[in-house]
Design a protein around this ligand. Structure first.
Ligand code: DGL
Length: 264
């Protein structure tokens, strides 16, 4: 089991922010990554469609005998985590729950803003988790639906990203927040632009970092850490060439095998 790959998926590029951190911290792990590029963005699809997509992905990753599946997508974690856990033969780790231990370890944050896709914000998954962790915390949330297409187009440092970020965040920062949660795995890619327009005293935390910590501790606790050579296989549900280019740019390393696969 130790030698099995880690399964990981997202609608698109967002999952790479989680995989990049895992690659860095776990040099001997192999990964099977699935990017559901035919269906990106998940953020404004109906929960029923997202459940249909994730059912097929969980089946696909299980068929590759992975040891663990990381749902590197807040939207899927928010609307379909229970179904995925029921469907999978191997443990499923989402990107929202790891926030709990972070808040417990950092009780100083009492005015928290969460940004994410329309579905994530509407699901109130973060609100419930935060309220259950500490009822003293005041939560502000904001859907930022244009961030994902901007990132998928590679425009995260363009003027358009700055204008959009100002539009979304200006009101949010008026609430005197002390912590900003990037509740979408795409958003670490636009973090530098966000940083420039919010006050320096606001701490930014992203779900990719939180999920990485929780995966590492899961593998250690369950004695599942691999110690052999790594392999990374990437599958997408649409055009592989473009995704390969974006992956190489973001991971900063050559990626030879990006394969298109139609899931049923
Ligand atoms: N990166 C995903 C998330 O964390 C999905 C974004 C999207 O496809 O809209 O929510």
């Amino acid at each position: 089991m130790k030698k099995a790959s880690i399964g990981i998926f997202d609608s698109g590029l967002g999952g790479l922010t989680v995989m990049k951190q895992l690659i860095h911290h776990l040099p001997n792990e192999s990964f099977i990554f699935f990017g559901d590029t035919a269906h990106v963005p998940y953020g404004n699809k109906s929960p029923a469609s997202i459940k249909e997509f994730t059912t097929a992905i969980i089946k696909f990753l299980n068929s590759h005998s992975v040891k663990l599946i990381i749902v590197a997508c807040n939207t899927a974690s928010a609307v379909a985590i229970k179904e995925m856990q029921r469907q999978s033969q191997v443990p499923i780790v989402g990107v929202i729950n790891p926030l709990k231990s972070y808040l417990q370890a950092n009780p100083q944050y009492l005015r928290i803003a969460v940004i994410g896709t329309q579905n994530t914000v509407k699901s109130k998954a973060y609100d419930h988790l935060i309220e259950n962790t500490n009822s003293e915390i005041t939560i502000f949330s904001k859907a930022c639906p244009l961030f994902v297409p901007i990132i998928e187009e590679g425009l995260e440092n363009h003027q358009i990203a700055k204008i959009t970020a100002k539009e979304y965040l200006n009101d949010l920062i008026k609430h005197n927040i002390d912590l900003l949660i990037l509740g979408c795995t795409h958003y670490p890619i636009i973090k530098n632009t966000i940083k420039k327009i919010i006050p320096e005293n606001i701490t930014i935390i992203d779900s990719a970092t939180l999920a990485t910590d929780s995966v590492i501790s899961y593998l250690k606790t369950n004695k599942l850490l691999n110690n052999t050579a790594r392999q990374i296989n990437i599958y997408v549900s649409d055009e592989p060439k473009q995704f390969q280019k974006q992956t190489e740019k973001y991971l900063g390393q050559p990626i030879s095998n990006v394969e298109k696969i139609i899931l049923k």
